[in-house]
Design a protein around this ligand. Structure first.
Ligand SMILES: C[S@@+](CC[C@H](N)C(=O)[O-])C[C@H]1O[C@@H](n2cnc3c(N)ncnc32)[C@H](O)[C@@H]1O
Ligand code: SF4
Length: 373
């Protein structure tokens, strides 16, 4: 257990202006949101976590979505003061909010910063108008870059997301787009390859043969070029899709990958704290009704046995470039050494890490090396 380490808090805001055709996040479009009711319900869900997790300090808070930049800044401010009163903040607390890069939202950035947000993660997604239209985004490149300018003026720390390996995107196109992105000078970038998620509009199109993403070899080539260019620009990969200037990594996300404690509140939020896995009701209306009834939105709270904890720690740890110290009782070192021989892992004593080739095969590596404990 890691009671002495700072705690992380995740807050889920499930609403979006429209649903993007690739997205399977817990995000919903609603005509009306009763803002006072949502603020009070999130405060109640937070108070529940604070009551079961006393004596911890918060080292990071992450407002994710959905589109948390649609939250009223007063709700963000109310949650931050309740969190500080309940737990206390470390001196250098990181408070991130995910934002869509529209001009309407950019106009609220100053108020969100005044509420205490000190890091923003902006969903630019592409630097090409046709690609943005294909991704079903409400903004074009100009509007997105306008929002990036405001974000860089207002927040201490700025990151943005791009989706690459899009249908028909050539290596030369991606190199030009990434070079432009790196020139904006942010300290952090999240670069995701487009994945077709079950249940999305893109999955329907892909099933009908109307949408094809690059094959494995092309995707690998795009990934390797991404690594070369980001490394040369001083923003090496520190996780599968995340790049940062050393020291500017997302502390909140490192908490997940280093398998340390985090509390999760709001619809569908997951938590891992005190050896328990917590899950909130996913559908916004069900979560709200549960909070009305119980003063928290919990759907399930399960004790994780050592085997679950070990495999979760492996899955998370091997996503990071820094790798993971493993316990010989839950890892099969003979299997690890075979994968070292194939150039997929590195090992020094009890420390293992994935190579770039290994990252591309991460899902197939893990079952091979975890012992049956
Ligand atoms: C919760 S979403 C971002 C929040 C914000 N609403 C937005 O769209 O900008 C987190 C990020 O995951 C990425 N993402 C979501 N679905 C994806 C998919 N199917 N393939 C690749 N990246 C995806 C996008 O880059 C997105 O910005
Ligand atoms: S990508 Fe962002 S804006 Fe689009 S539906 Fe998903 S959470 Fe909402």
């Amino acid at each position: 257990m890691n009671d002495f380490l700072p705690l992380a808090l995740y807050v889920h805001w499930p609403f979006c202006v429209s649903k993007c055709p690739y997205c399977d996040f817990n995000s919903h479009v609603r005509d009306q949101v009763d803002q006072a009711r949502w603020r009070d319900a999130l405060l109640a869900d937070l108070a529940h976590e604070a009551a079961v997790l006393p004596g911890r300090r918060l080292g990071s808070i992450f407002f994710g979505g959905g589109t948390p930049s649609l939250m009223p800044p007063e709700t963000v401010a109310a949650l931050l003061s309740a969190a500080e009163a309940a737990w206390g903040f470390t001196k250098d607390i990181e408070i991130t909010l995910e934002a869509n890069p529209s001009s309407v939202e950019a106009a609220r950035f100053a108020n969100l910063a005044a509420a205490g947000v000190n890091r923003v993660s902006l969903g630019l997604q592409a630097l090409d108008d046709d690609a943005l239209a294909f991704l079903g985004r409400a903004h074009d490149v100009n509007e997105g870059l306008g929002a990036l300018d405001v974000a860089q003026a207002v927040f201490d720390r700025v990151s943005f997301d791009l989706i690459y390996a899009r249908p028909g995107q050539s290596l030369a196109d991606w190199k030009a787009e990434l070079a432009r992105a790196l020139a904006f000078g942010t300290e952090h970038l999240s670069l995701y390859q487009l994945t077709i998620e079950p249940g999305t509009r893109f999955a329907t199109l892909a099933a009908k043969g109307e949408l094809t993403i690059p094959d494995g070899d092309t995707a690998a080539e795009l990934f390797e070029t991404t690594q070369d260019m980001t490394r040369a620009a001083g923003l090496p990969r520190y996780e599968v899709s995340n790049h940062a200037r050393p020291g500017a990594e997302s502390r909140h996300n490192l908490t997940y990958w280093r398998y340390r404690d985090y509390a999760g509140i709001g619809p569908g939020a997951h938590g891992r704290r005190g050896g328990m896995a917590t899950v909130r009701h996913k559908k916004p209306e069900n979560w709200l009704k549960t909070v009305d009834r119980n003063r928290h939105g919990m759907q399930s709270e399960d004790v994780l046995d050592p085997r679950d904890r070990a495999s979760e720690a492996l899955v998370m740890g091997l996503r990071m470039r820094e790798g993971i110290m493993v316990d010989p009782s839950w890892v099969d070192f003979a299997a690890v050494d075979r994968l070292v021989g194939h150039g997929l892992l590195t090992r020094t004593g009890d420390h293992i890490a994935t190579t770039e080739a290994g990252i591309l095969l991460l899902d197939s590596i893990l079952p091979t090396i975890a012992r049956d404990i």
